[in-house]
Write a protein that binds this ligand. Structure first.
Ligand code: DOR
Ligand code: ZN
Length: 344
């Protein structure tokens, strides 16, 4: 196949930051995606409607001229989020979801939730008004190995939460394990998951064998090829509407990644759909890319699918070594590597 045309995709999990970083990366998503679900883990986090709408304005003002990208906003849940905060947010069509970050799980999650019991009133209201719950699914206890944190979260937190709020729509974000794929498949139709391109294309060997490669470091951390990476590829290409596109593109300046304590996050927005096409082709499933990238996400969010299309062409090109950001730069996923698909 030399060309593939699909309905325009959306990114259901995206970090774009603020200020100069926002300006450096937002055009990448706007060039490929119709909509983006914008993660609220700023410092300080986006915890109410006023902040969410102000942040949305900043994003729109940072877009390149003429782009039609639609940012969908998300509230950051804390121990103090009230049912009223949720009810207020649900009145704004641009605010679609709230995100559960277990405190300490990842970048800017210090204000996250220390115990899910603390957000039961908020969850009850979300269930009532039909607001989606997006979940960073990892426990944070020091005594749980970092490679096991997702599986333990399912057992200790997520299973119980879903039983308690069976009508709540839940997106298990950036799943990284076979355990998570199996859990989502066996849960009700109110439970779905996003899968990132880097978790489809890379495993922990890419990050750790033969030297530490900090630009592969993200959370949840890359797992083993078997059974985890292969389970993700199986889930994404299965045609199940429970799995859809969410890049978790998360830019960090080069110096913060290449550090003695480097931060977590991978920029992949520069070629997200090309990366997914590469993964789907490796599984002989390019015909299933459109469902995953452009149909199942809006269906789960009860939003219309995009009407325009995107065409990918078979063409070799080399990913840049870095993108400028102020006086610094951001090193993208697959820097310097050759990809074989390009958006026309
Ligand atoms: O790798 C990650 N980076 N995982 C997250 O959950 C957060 C993100 C970020 O904001 O940098
Ligand atoms: Zn994320």
């Amino acid at each position: 196949m030399q060309k593939i045309t699909i309905l325009k995709p959306d990114d259901w999990h995206l970090h774009v930051r603020t200020g100069r970083e926002l300006k450096s990366v937002i055009g990448m998503s706007a060039a490929q995606m119709g909509r983006g679900v914008i993660m609220p883990n700023l410092n300080p986090p986006i915890t109410n409607s006023t902040q969410a709408l102000k942040y949305r304005e900043e994003i729109i003002n940072s877009l390149p001229n003429g782009s039609e990208f639609n940012p969908l906003m998300v509230l950051y849940l804390t121990d103090n989020t009230t049912a009223k905060d949720i009810e207020d947010a649900s009145k704004h069509t641009h605010i679609r979801a709230a995100k559960l970050y277990p405190a300490g799980a990842t970048t800017n999650s210090d204000s996250g939730v220390t115990n899910v019991n603390n957000i039961y009133p908020a969850l009850e209201m979300m269930q009532k008004v039909g607001m989606l719950l997006l979940v960073h699914g990892e426990v944070t206890h020091a005594d749980v190995d970092i490679f096991d944190r997702e599986a333990v979260f399912i057992k200790d937190v997520l299973g119980g939460l879903i039983n308690k709020f069976p009508e709540l729509k839940v997106v298990f974000e950036h799943v990284t394990t076979k355990d998570a794929c199996d859990f989502v498949v066996s849960s009700s139709n109110n439970v779905a998951a996003t899968i990132t391109p880097h978790h489809l294309l890379a495993n922990r060997n890419d990050m750790l064998a033969g030297g530490i490669r900090p630009h592969y470091y993200c959370l949840p951390v890359l797992k083993r090829s078997k059974p985890h990476q292969s389970a993700l590829l199986g889930a994404a290409t299965s045609g199940s509407p429970k799995f859809f596109l969410g890049t978790d593109s998360a830019p960090h300046l080069k110096e913060y990644k290449e550090s003695s304590c480097g931060c977590a996050g991978v920029l992949n927005a520069h070629c997200a759909i090309e990366l997914y096409a590469t993964a789907f082709e490796s599984a002989g499933a390019l015909d299933r890319l459109e469902g995953f990238a452009s149909k199942f996400g809006p269906d789960f969010y009860s939003m219309p699918r995009n009407q325009d299309t995107t065409t990918l062409q078979r063409k070799e090109w080399t990913v840049p070594d870095s993108y400028p950001c102020g006086k610094s730069s951001i090193v993208p996923f697959m820097a310097g590597e050759v990809l074989r698909w390009k958006v026309v």
